[in-house]
Ligand binder design. Structure first.
Ligand SMILES: NC(=O)C1=CN([C@@H]2O[C@H](COP(=O)(O)OP(=O)(O)OC[C@H]3O[C@@H](n4cnc5c(N)ncnc54)[C@H](OP(=O)(O)O)[C@@H]3O)[C@@H](O)[C@H]2O)C=CC1
Ligand SMILES: O=C1O[C@H](COP(=O)(O)O)[C@@H](O)[C@H](O)[C@H]1O
Length: 594
């Protein structure tokens, strides 16, 4: 039976959205196209899916929530020319026919390697179901679970069924959709280093492909030490004979520059770079996708996006739970590798990059690499590390990090870190980019805070008192929870006097948009199926990212630096404030909850 949930978070939960939701192909709405997608985006290798499924394939501009229609790719220029203002832009019938023909001739098989594991259950199967539910998967698709555990197809389906939820507004056919989806899920048990076992998988895949063009996506949802074996066997024994073969690789991509380079070169023995989809699920989050839109499609932001107006940028990640259940993995990596070197650094790169030549994956990734290569490696002086310790509050006792049975008692692994990074280029010279990431803190949050400079010669200085910091503007992009973008401004308090206060211009997503926000994994899986690489990490990006962190990580390990201990559920070590103060910065997340 369908599980129902009222959260607007994705994959394993869902939200009610009103039947008047405006997303779709409503022919009566106006449209304003504002960008053309590179023709490469819809290369012949790609599976043609309905445009509603992949926003990156169809840049559209909605105004007042009422506009939504397909932005044609360059291939579709002819229909674009014929459009009059106010008319609707829909795929012409012959285009539909073309894609239907393609749909009939090809098939996509998605193999979740490590299907019995935590990530597969928590994120991958629910995301695949959500895509199916939204009619975003190709007509002919098959999902295979692959792992060592012994399971029948029926057992896999039972396991997956428990993880699926339904959209509340469509629940009347949810159970049906779920069963349809499950009927296309199969299981193959096998070792990760057995070519024979992958050959058995290959045989079964072929049966399902039934002579159609075979496109195969392997999602490596397994521990990193077996990535290469699995890739070797999958490519040698179960690669597609006449279509594409792609592999999604989960992080961690190594522990430092050397191990990451070794992983890349091992993978490249079996795969071309463009077959490797290195996933960083933060890049699939809605607000991170929106970051470039905010910057590059609004005149008011991009001119301010530099050292001239921005005083500092803060990238903040916090979780209100510890390493529960993942201590074994975590202790080998720590928070810097788990969150900063990938999720936060990726956000930084998108935030700080120059305008790309186009929205094409390579153009965007080129700009990201340039930013990363313009940065100075992190210095130990610019980092504070912490580890949570047990704490009792309201009679409830919360465990310390080393209380986890899978963590050594004397572990020095940081569960918290704060760092100051700098970009050595004309745009960002001298601007501190502060990062803060921690587990077992007082809340769960991910946000970007942009603190602007003071207004020079401000006429209203008197109203602010001596603390000018209180009067500076701050733009907050709250990635989660309660996705929002808000700008703190100074405003006159209504009345006869002249009193100013700080107010928010607030775009709270749940108030503005009724449509459920898709899970990052949905977007990324769909992109991988479509061959869209924009949100995946290229190997040179990865090298550049590791170069920034490797010297510091080595120093922390070699010198056995002791972390500052902080109580479970607190705001983290005080050292983070000293670090910020060194650059004349105050963390923006210290005030009242916004
Ligand atoms: N879980 C999460 O929230 C996140 C996970 N990741 C990454 O995703 C990948 C999968 O994570 P997760 O699902 O948590 O991993 P799991 O530890 O749950 O492992 C997945 C599956 O791999 C098999 N497996 C586990 N350990 C070994 C081993 N030592 N040797 C061979 N096979 C093993 C098991 O299947 P079987 O025994 O049936 O073969 C297991 O069900 C990892 O790379 C992880 O770093 C990334 C972000 C978040
Ligand atoms: O990659 C990881 O991310 C999760 C946090 O992801 P979110 O989407 O729930 O914010 C984190 O808990 C985990 O340690 C890390 O490996």
């Amino acid at each position: 039976m369908a599980a129902l949930s009222s959260s607007n978070h994705c994959c394993s939960s869902s939200i009610a959205y009103s039947s008047s939701s405006s997303i779709g192909f409503h022919q009566h709405h106006n449209f304003i196209p504002f960008s053309l997608i590179s023709p490469k985006r819809l290369g012949s290798n790609n599976v043609s899916l309905q445009s509603k499924c992949n926003p990156s394939a169809n840049v559209i501009l909605m105004q007042d929530g009422a506009l939504a229609t397909k932005m044609p790719a360059i291939e579709d220029e002819a229909p674009l020319k014929n459009l009059k203002e106010g008319s609707s832009l829909v795929t012409p019938p012959e285009e539909h026919k073309k894609s239907n023909d393609n749909d009939d001739k090809s098939t996509v098989s998605i193999t979740v390697v490590g299907a019995s594991g935590d990530l597969a259950k928590k994120k991958i199967f629910p995301a695949l179901f959500a895509l199916y539910y939204e009619d975003c998967l190709p007509k002919h698709f098959t999902i295979f679970g692959y792992a060592r555990s012994k399971m029948t197809d029926a057992e896999l389906r039972n396991m997956v069924r428990k993880t699926l939820t339904c959209r509340i507004d469509k629940r009347e056919n949810c159970g049906e959709k779920m069963e349809e989806f499950l009927s296309r899920c199969f299981y193959q048990s096998g070792q990760y280093d057995s070519e024979e076992n992958f050959e058995e998988l290959d045989k079964k895949l072929k049966e399902h492909e039934a002579g159609r063009v075979s496109n195969r996506l392997f999602y490596l949802s397994i521990p990193p030490n077996i990535f290469v074996n699995a890739v070797k066997c999958a490519t040698l024994s179960a690669t597609s004979a006449n279509g594409w073969t792609r592999v999604i690789v989960e992080k961690p991509f190594g522990r430092d520059s050397e191990s990451s380079a070794a992983l890349t070169s091992a993978l490249k023995q079996y795969l071309e770079e463009d077959q490797i989809f290195r996933i960083d699920h933060y890049l699939g989050k809605e607000l991170i996708e929106n970051l470039s839109v905010l910057r590059f499609s609004n005149l008011i932001f991009e001119p301010l996006w530099s050292r001239q107006y921005i005083r500092n940028v803060q990238l903040i990640f916090s979780e209100d739970f510890g390493t529960e259940g993942r201590g074994g993995y975590f202790d080998h990596y720590g928070i810097i590798r788990d969150i900063m070197q990938n999720h936060l650094l990726q956000i930084l790169a998108i935030f700080a990059m120059e305008t790309p030549v186009s929205l094409d994956a390579e153009d965007i990734r080129n700009e990201k690499v340039k930013v990363l290569r313009s940065m100075m490696p992190l210095r130990a002086d610019d980092v504070v590390i912490g580890q949570y310790k047990s704490h009792t509050k309201g009679g409830v006792s919360y465990p310390g990090y080393t209380d986890d049975k899978t963590v050594p008692n004397d572990s020095l692994t940081p569960t918290f870190a704060a760092a100051a990074l700098f970009i050595n280029n004309a745009r960002w010279d001298g601007v501190p980019f502060l990062m803060k990431a921690g587990k077992a803190l007082h809340n769960r949050r991910a946000e970007i805070r942009v603190q602007f400079r003071h207004v020079p010669g401000n006429l209203y200085n008197r109203s602010f008192g001596t603390d000018l910091d209180r009067a500076t503007n701050e733009l907050v992009i709250r990635v989660q929870p309660d996705e929002a973008i808000y700008l703190k401004i100074n405003n006159k308090v209504p009345g006869l006097g002249m009193r100013l206060d700080r107010s928010n211009l607030n775009l709270l997503y749940k108030a503005r948009y009724s449509k459920e926000i898709p899970c990052a994994y949905e977007r990324l899986l769909l992109d991988a199926i479509e061959g869209e690489r924009r949100l995946f990490i290229r190997s040179d990006e990865l090298d550049a990212a590791w170069s920034l962190f490797t010297p510091l990580l080595k120093e922390l390990d070699e010198k056995k630096i002791i972390p500052e201990y902080y109580p479970y559920g607190s705001r983290g070590p005080v050292g983070a404030h000293y670090l910020a103060a060194k650059y004349n910065v105050k963390w923006g997340d210290l005030g009242v909850e916004e």
